[in-house]
Design a protein around this ligand. Structure first.
Ligand SMILES: C[S@@+](CC[C@H](N)C(=O)[O-])C[C@H]1O[C@@H](n2cnc3c(N)ncnc32)[C@H](O)[C@@H]1O
Length: 280
């Protein structure tokens, strides 16, 4: 689903937003000891550069991701890190491996959980991975009008055969009128003690259409299914659809040529939770 190099080269937004939350929860991270897990670690850059240095020096960190290519990349790139390891794991799976249950003192997750169609199960699995008393800090997308572009492009007969499941990639919280309340209710229902739960409005300016396109391609779940002869055209259609709902403003590039910057507005959800000490 994810293309590793494309994601590494076009994930400035995700890195910046993860850093914002990690700095805000710096004290909580510094108190995280023992075995910690980063769910949906991707290429491992946020795991290694942003999370690991802020955990207690007694912590070890395991990055897990559904994508084998992400895990292979992270293992190769960070193979010399003693306190860091990577493992392929689907957080949405019905039955977690028995040897993973209750194994982690703390869990973190940045920009992953909106990918989970059954987000309730993903949170329930995070609960199951944690030991009693374990804490979790998660951040993920709640709303971005870019998701509606999937639904519109899916209507185009040229791409429909490759996007039959387009709805599966529109996050659960994207359609909630009060995503913060819905998340809090879900976390309460699973059994978490909710220490913090907020929805935040964020924005990011893409310098020009090309930078928006690189970002969109890196996170578009359909590109790998589109036949080569339709790929370039599909990418242009998706970017045009996404940009059509954004605010564009004129800008001059370094060569003095006119181009358009794109203002992307979106919402994220942040939760800091605890599995109760007495839970089994
Ligand atoms: C946008 S990337 C975020 C990567 C990294 N956390 C970061 O902040 O840069 C989302 C990652 O979540 C992973 N992912 C999606 N669904 C998943 C699932 N069900 N279980 C585990 N990882 C998943 C994807 O493979 C991808 O690497």
């Amino acid at each position: 689903m994810y293309m590793v190099e494309e994601y590494v080269n076009a994930s400035k937004t995700q890195y910046r937003d993860a850093l914002d939350v990690i700095e805000e929860f710096e004290k909580e991270l510094s108190e995280m000891k023992g075995k910690c897990v980063d769910v949906g670690c991707g290429p491992g850059d946020v795991t290694k550069r942003l999370i690991l240095p802020r955990l207690s020096s007694e912590a070890e960190l395991v990055g897990v991701d559904i994508s084998k290519s992400m895990i292979d990349h992270a293992k190769q790139r960070y193979r010399d890190e003693e306190r860091l390891s990577f493992l392929q794991l689907d957080i949405e799976v019905q039955d977690l491996p028995i040897d993973a249950l209750g194994q982690y003192n703390n869990a973190l997750s940045f920009y992953c959980l909106h990918w989970c169609h059954n987000v309730w199960r993903a949170f329930d699995n995070i609960y199951k991975l944690l030991r009693p008393g374990g804490k979790g800090l998660v951040m993920f997308l709640a709303w971005n009008d870019g998701f509606d572009a999937y639904t519109r492009v899916h209507e185009d007969p040229r791409y429909k055969p490759y996007m039959q499941d387009a709805d599966r990639f529109v996050p659960f919280f994207h359609r909630c009128s009060d995503s913060r309340a819905a998340l809090r209710k879900m976390l309460d229902g699973i059994g978490f003690e909710v220490l913090h739960c907020s929805r935040r409005e964020k924005s990011f300016v893409y310098e020009n259409m090309q930078t928006l396109k690189s970002h969109m391609i890196a996170v578009n779940p359909f590109i790998s299914r589109i036949p080569d002869h339709l790929k370039e055209e599909f990418e242009d259609v998706v970017v045009r659809e996404v940009a059509s709902r954004k605010i564009l403003f004129p800008n001059k590039n370094d060569n003095g040529q006119q181009e358009y910057s794109i203002l992307d507005r979106y919402h994220i959800l942040v939760a800091y939770v605890k599995k109760p000490t007495g839970a089994c």
